[in-house]
Design a protein. Structure first.
Ligand code: DGY
Length: 320
């Protein structure tokens, strides 16, 4: 019996591709060429399923034009803002994602951004690499201590809660802003704010961990940045679309924001060029979930979703 056809849009970890090829007539992207909507449409002709990634754009026009053969889209990501979910729903194409398995890795990366930004790790690394280090000096690259400071987490979902747990290890006082208040068991002493002004006023460090999409578009704008304590540290391990880049760059120049750690960017990989000129910004290439363990788990969970839908079962990781 012939196997169902699975389009895999990008290179995946070896054992995930091996499973895909074992169970499906897998169309792999061995060259790992970034996709375009037109390329996805051409490659999906005759495909039963698509395993895509956060770097693929499945907008409304693309989803609407997918061949009738496509019965499921499973994304190798927890975020689904690259897929027009309403269009998928209208087409009756279920969409699966990879929740839970990347929580710890992404929280680790958020903590790394906080430490790297506040302790000027990027600047220090550049000096050593450039052979420009003249030796230890009492006033060299003094950053901000984060231990004992007030951390504000915008978006207290799984990743935000994991970050809060890690930050408590640094004796940080956790505040959070979220669509709704968590139960005391989940809050673990974190302070909930029901408005931006009271939340931002206590953010010595502001960590963005909320999903992208229309509801959070440019949430961190000039008006909200002005509500932060002067010299706050800002990190973003969520989506670049949460930030008004012009406003954050201006604040990094003026000192309203002392340091930023950014792993995600609007329009990435074509980031706002202003960031590259700023020594006080640590810039990473969307590494949140990039651990061997997590990427394996993401691949297997994405495949579980495809398996379930094609077998007529309800996937545990169904989004719509
Ligand atoms: C996600 O899963 O949404 C990340 O941004 C990609 O790993």
């Amino acid at each position: 019996m012939s196997k169902p056809v699975l389009l895999v849009t990008r290179r995946l970890p070896e054992n995930v591709e091996a499973r895909a090829s074992r169970d499906y007539d897998a169309r792999l992207n061995l060259a790992d060429t970034p996709t375009t909507p037109a390329g996805i449409l051409a490659a999906s002709v005759g495909a039963d399923a698509i395993l895509c990634c956060t770097s693929d754009r499945l907008d409304a026009a693309t989803v609407s034009a997918l061949p009738a053969s496509v019965r499921v889209i499973s994304t190798f990501s927890v975020g689904t803002d690259h897929i027009d979910l309403a269009a998928a729903k209208a087409r009756g194409i279920p969409v699966c994602n990879t929740p839970d398995v990347l929580t710890e890795a992404t929280a680790e990366l958020s903590m790394l951004l906080i430490l790297a930004a506040a302790r000027r790790a990027g600047e220090g690394e550049r000096i050593v690499r450039a052979d420009a280090w003249t030796g230890w000096a009492p006033t060299q690259l003094m950053g901000r201590q984060v231990s004992g400071k007030r951390l504000g987490i915008f978006g207290m979902g799984r990743i935000g809660q994991a970050l809060a747990r890690m930050a408590r290890g640094f004796n940080m006082q956790v505040n959070y802003r979220n669509r709704s208040r968590l139960s005391p068991e989940l809050e673990q002493g974190a302070v909930y704010h029901d408005n931006d002004a009271s939340f931002l006023a206590v953010c010595d460090v502001l960590a963005l961990n909320a999903p992208g999409g229309a509801a959070t578009m440019k949430w961190l704008n000039a008006e909200r940045i002005a509500m932060l304590p002067k010299g706050a540290v800002v990190t973003n391990a969520a989506r670049g679309t949460l930030v008004d880049d012009e406003a954050l760059i201006a604040a990094l120049r003026s000192g309203q924001v002392s340091f930023a750690g950014l792993d995600v960017f609007a329009g990435e990989p074509a980031i706002h060029p202003g960031y590259r000129e700023l020594e006080n910004a640590v810039l990473l290439p969307h590494l949140g979930s990039a651990t061997i363990e997590t990427r394996d788990a993401m691949g297997h969970l994405a495949l579980d979703g495809v398996d379930a839908v094609l077998a007529g079962r309800l996937p545990g990781n169904l989004v719509v």
